[in-house]
Design a protein around this ligand. Sequence first.
Ligand SMILES: C[S@@+](CC[C@H](N)C(=O)[O-])C[C@H]1O[C@@H](n2cnc3c(N)ncnc32)[C@H](O)[C@@H]1O
Length: 374
Amino acid sequence: MFDGIKLAALCIFGTEGIAAGELRRMGAENVSAENGRVIFDYSPQMLVRANIRCRYCERIVLLLKNFKALSFEELFQNINNIPWENIIGKSGAFPVNGSCLSSRLSSVPACQKIIKKAVANRLMKKFNTQFCEESGALYKIHFVAIKDNFSIMVDTSGQGLHKRGYREQSLDAPIKETLAAVISDLAVIKSSHTVVDPMCGSGTLLIEAALKAKNIAPGLKRTFLCEKWEQIDPSVWQSERKDAVDSIITDCGFTGYGYDIDENAIKLARENAEKAGVSSCLHFERRDIRDYTDDFQRCTVICNPPYGERLLDYEKAREIYKIMGERFIREKGKSYYIISPDDEFERYFGVRADKRRKIYNGKLKCQIYMYFKA
Ligand SMILES: C[S@@+](CC[C@H](N)C(=O)[O-])C[C@H]1O[C@@H](n2cnc3c(N)ncnc32)[C@H](O)[C@@H]1O
């Protein structure tokens, strides 16, 4: 039914290459990375697999059309030419939302109205009806207009893919699960590794590292919007979920250690690890960074220390960077991956990073500082 349609995985700016590599390894075809998204061929299997397995992407959408529109008439005609009857059917519901940036058609509500009208017009003509029932499955239409170029998409994921189902509660300033997974990728976490997070908060970095090390698909504990769509046979969901379960590495030596000064954080991290199904390889303990000692011959430290803006004042946050610099011993077998929005991080940490990577944590511009050369 969706033949000829493309899929797009929407991802954090700067992570397109990582997301594209993951999709290729999953079997996606004709994969190409663009700003904030990775495009690949549709198949029912790939739609389901990408939703269940993508660690780094925010959502998977049907990418229906890209076109330029300078007038509402052009917008209407382009939308009206899409075969919506094959997507939404006679009774599907189709809310429209989107955004406009540097475009002649700059009013989001006006574009929403025109798109809604053009889709309804097409459906009523095709099904010979006077109105659209919108009583069936949900097909959320999303448009993005940038410099007069429109992309028309339909969401397939529902809740963002960062919602893995293990973190219902969090403390202040948790890192997004997808970003935590990106850090694990940059740190090249493997199933034999020992990983430490000395300021673990609700445990997200370690949980994502464990999921990656054990090859546990992040979407195994949740459902997706397109599960209700009649175009995808339930057998595809069953077989993709079974394949994902069969690929879990059960006998790996991965071990993670999480510390935090806050007892509540430790309690929450334990609960989250339990819900994520990785508690047997993760150990959490209340510990101040001032008492941090490197107990392992080989280990990877991943860390999201407090920022001046959100948790502590700048001075206190920077004092912690200084303590980290003193405590994180640089020797063979040890590597450190630290995410911080503070441009002065290296100055306070005391060592220039071997490599840096710019990335957004929500709206906050951050860098991942990587130390891996002894
Ligand atoms: C930005 S949060 C980490 C969030 C975490 N990545 C998550 O996803 O929930 C920083 C953490 O550092 C902890 N922290 C602050 N000062 C500390 C110290 N002196 N020693 C250890 N942990 C500390 C805070 O309690 C907080 O949980």
